[in-house]
Write a protein that binds this ligand. Structure first.
Ligand SMILES: Cc1cc2nc3c(=O)[nH]c(=O)nc-3n(C[C@H](O)[C@H](O)[C@H](O)COP(=O)(O)O)c2cc1C
Length: 206
């Protein structure tokens, strides 16, 4: 099997938002897609370990927004590289809620779907969710951001961070910190979003 074949598949990028017991949370997913148009059904594959997944399994409804090309890398990194288990992702972000109180942001998104859980199929590390789409909205005419667009943006940004001589790298998994907050100012409870090790495992590479 040539695993590189999977890189030939194209994906979009989405923000999945859930509220449960007054906890507002959202994470980035690249695995949302349309399954059927009539009835309107979508699919999404979400990590079991994500807080968003846990909240969704209890709530059984969520908002899925389509990220557009004018969305900043900071927003994607904020929701995709941090867990709501460690920070309140909506603390400094203005957001609205749908009829289920599930949160969404409109800036940098071009469409939004109100989804409810039809079926959860357990896979090894993920759940595959079959989602009934209850409502949908077009927010702008901006083009959707693809996962490949995101990789280009991220690689350019990583190069800039490296060239600024202030590259903080996880010594365990080699993740390069690239959040908006300077690494030195991060909370002491900060954890590597990839391997979960604490701040003390990061080393400053010049
Ligand atoms: C570009 C990108 C794509 C991602 N795609 C998915 C995905 O399809 N499914 C998923 O469960 N997590 C995906 N993630 C990871 C989650 O967004 C990440 O684990 C997040 O920290 C979970 O936050 P939470 O614990 O607050 O839910 C992706 C992250 C990024 C940056």
């Amino acid at each position: 099997m040539d695993n590189k074949a999977f890189f030939k598949l194209s994906y979009g990028l989405f923000l999945a938002g859930v509220e449960y017991q007054q906890k507002y949370n959202a994470c980035i997913i690249n695995t949302a897609s349309q399954a059927t148009s009539s009835p309107p059904v979508m699919l999404a594959t979400m990590l079991k370990s994500n807080l968003t997944t846990e909240l969704f399994l209890s709530k059984k409804s969520m908002n899925i927004s389509v990220i557009s090309q004018n969305c900043s890398l900071d927003v994607i990194n904020h929701f995709g590289l941090n867990s709501g288990r460690d920070i309140d992702k909506f603390e400094n972000t203005s957001f609205a809620v749908d009829k289920y109180k599930n949160p969404f942001i409109e800036e940098g998104m071009n469409a939004r779907f109100v989804c409810t859980l039809n079926t959860a199929k357990e896979l090894s590390t993920h759940y595959l969710f079959i989602l009934d789409v209850e409502n949908s909205f077009v927010l702008s005419d901006e083009k959707p951001m693809t996962y490949a667009d995101y990789r280009v943006m991220k690689n350019n940004s990583d190069r800039l961070i490296k060239s600024s001589n202030r590259s903080w790298v996880c010594s365990i998994c080699h993740y390069v910190y690239d959040g908006a907050t300077p690494f030195e100012e991060l909370d002491e409870n900060y954890k590597c979003p990839v391997c979960g090790k604490g701040k003390e495992y990061f080393i400053c590479e010049t």
